[in-house]
Design a protein around this ligand. Structure first.
Ligand code: NDP
Length: 489
């Protein structure tokens, strides 16, 4: 019997989670529609993980070429050509977006290149005014970067903007101490920008293992990043406004506010950037400084504004996130949500897994909860941090633990005369011997933690690690050769 709906499933959002769910469901013969307001691939592919990682690679060549000379290569320093890299970057992003479009098309998903919102629990209203009905709806609209509530905050850029800059600034102030702030501090420093970073808390990368984040902070400072903790921005205005009374006074800040709020966003970015005018910033510690650019890496918010969600009965949390149960089901029985819009664990591979679990639950008669326990992740600072499980602090609160650590200078950079240190760390339950957490700060830590993560997810004990023969000479061999605990807690 023909369905009374246009689609069995309509997905709103063509990012990692939405695309995966749509094409897997379509592969099962489900009639799927998908609307994407911007570009296919979403945050990860278009303005997140992928372009960021390519920028990490670009930024690493500076040290690599210097080190290469010690290894005997006749390599000369040259300037970094941002327009060349940016052009190549966008060519690659265009290619990847094409791949995502093809994946959807080839699996039979009908796509709509426009914004979509809910009219009611079974009706989707497209931007052009047309309506589509669906038996099941999946919201996978992701999130967006937010600026702090500060006068003139529009003068600063956010992570979406960084990939489109006309030119790189000579100096930049990065606000925040999370993943994005720390990664871009390292990237931009590597590309030759003078980087200052303000973080309001006591130590960057809040929530991660203290020793590991302490080492990352130390390495960032050693490389020349001017990192200030316990510091935040309190005022900002175009430095050209300093002709007006005293900068930082109410009059000056008010004038800058007027200028900023009337300009279109692109023009503001250009004006605040190297083409236009530098920005004068006042910090909580009382100092005033001028930067070519200010970059707010102050968190992300779920994209739920003006989506018709609450009107359709979907419950939102205090942060605007869609509230879902273990099976990604909202308060409305036929509406599900996955990925960053639900603000559970905001990582691409998690959104993909949530999308797969949703298909099992909604279309394969196999209700599948999403497992959010022991998720490995990496922070692509320089050096990288790879992490899974509990930090020393969190584990110590829970039970008696042994801490195994090895801190050393990696062979490759030590040979080149660098002082960089690596850290391998295991947190072990004293009672069960199970490895509760693993934290690695080292070049390639992201690759290593993926492998260590398999063992830890399987419930490996310290003795299981010890039974594995070392691969020599590598950095990760330390993970299986740490014989006695450094300390207990
Ligand atoms: P985070 O939430 O990780 O960090 C936000 C930072 O901004 C925190 O240091 C926070 O401070 C600070 N902050 C928030 N509000 C203000 C304010 N008003 N003034 C000053 N500072 C402020 O967000 P990100 O944007 O860095 O990243 C978002 C998410 O994206 C991450 O949680 C992660 O899930 C994902 N991501 C993952 C990556 C990876 O896997 N490698 C890379 C990039 C992003 P405080 O600590 O005090 O709250």
């Amino acid at each position: 019997m023909a369905s009374k709906y246009d689609f069995d499933l309509f997905v709103i959002g063509g990012g990692s989670g939405g695309v995966r769910a749509a094409r897997v469901a379509a592969g099962d013969g489900v009639r799927v529609g998908l609307a994407e307001a911007s570009r296919y691939g979403g945050t990860c592919v278009i303005r997140g993980c992928v372009p960021k990682k390519l920028m990490v690679y670009a930024s690493e060549y500076r040290d690599l070429t210097q080190d290469a000379r010690v290894y005997g290569w006749d390599i000369r320093d040259g300037p970094f050509d941002w327009p060349v890299f940016r052009q190549n970057l966008h060519t690659e992003l265009d290619r990847l977006e094409g791949v995502y479009r093809n994946l959807l098309g080839n699996s039979g998903v009908e796509t709509f290149d426009c914004r979509a919102k809910l009219k009611d629990k079974h009706t989707i209203l497209l931007e052009d005014g047309t309506e589509k009905t669906a038996k099941t709806i999946l919201v996978a609209t992701g999130g967006y970067p937010v600026r702090p509530d500060l006068p003139n905050a529009e003068l600063g850029i956010v992570s979406d903007d960084i990939f489109h800059l006309e030119s790189l600034p000579k100096s930049i102030l990065i606000i925040g101490g999370g993943y994005i702030a720390c990664e871009f501090a390292c990237i931009l420093h590597g590309l030759g920008v003078e980087v200052t970073q303000y973080y309001r808390g006591a130590q960057i990368l809040r929530g991660f293992d203290d020793e590991a984040r302490g080492l990352v902070a130390e390495a960032m400072r050693d490389r020349g990043i001017d990192l200030h903790v316990g510091t935040n921005i309190v005022e900002m205005c175009l430095a050209s406004e300093e002709q007006t009374p005293h900068v930082g006074s109410d009059a000056a800040m008010g004038a800058a506010d007027d200028t900023g709020s009337q300009m279109p966003k692109e023009a503001v970015i250009a004006a605040a950037g190297p083409q236009g005018g530098p920005i004068r910033v006042k910090s909580t510690t009382g100092g005033e400084k001028i930067f070519d650019m200010v970059f707010f890496a102050t968190g992300r918010a779920p994209s739920t504004n003006d989506m018709g969600l609450e009107e359709a009965g979907v419950k939102l949390g205090r942060g605007g996130q869609i509230v879902v149960d273990d099976h990604s089901r909202t308060d409305v029985d036929n509406i599900f949500a996955i990925g960053d819009v639900t603000d559970r664990v905001n990582l691409t591979p998690v959104a993909i897994r949530e999308g797969m679990a949703f298909v099992e639950t909604a279309f394969r008669d196999n209700p599948t909860p999403v497992d959010h326990d022991l998720i490995p992740s990496a922070i692509f600072t320089q050096p990288e941090m790879g992490t899974i499980g509990l930090s020393e602090e969190a584990a110590g609160e829970r039970e008696e633990i042994e801490i195994y650590t090895s801190s050393f200078r990696p062979m490759q950079t030590a040979f080149a005369g660098r002082e960089d240190r690596a850290l391998m760390k295991l947190i072990v339950s004293k009672k069960t011997r199970v490895v509760l957490g693993c934290h690695i700060v080292a070049p390639g830590a992201g690759e290593m933690i993926q492998m260590a993560g398999i063992a830890i997810k399987m419930g490996a004990t310290k003795e299981d690690f010890d039974r594995v023969c070392a691969v020599h000479p590598t950095m990760s061999e330390e993970l299986v050769t740490m014989r006695s605990p450094t300390r207990t807690a």
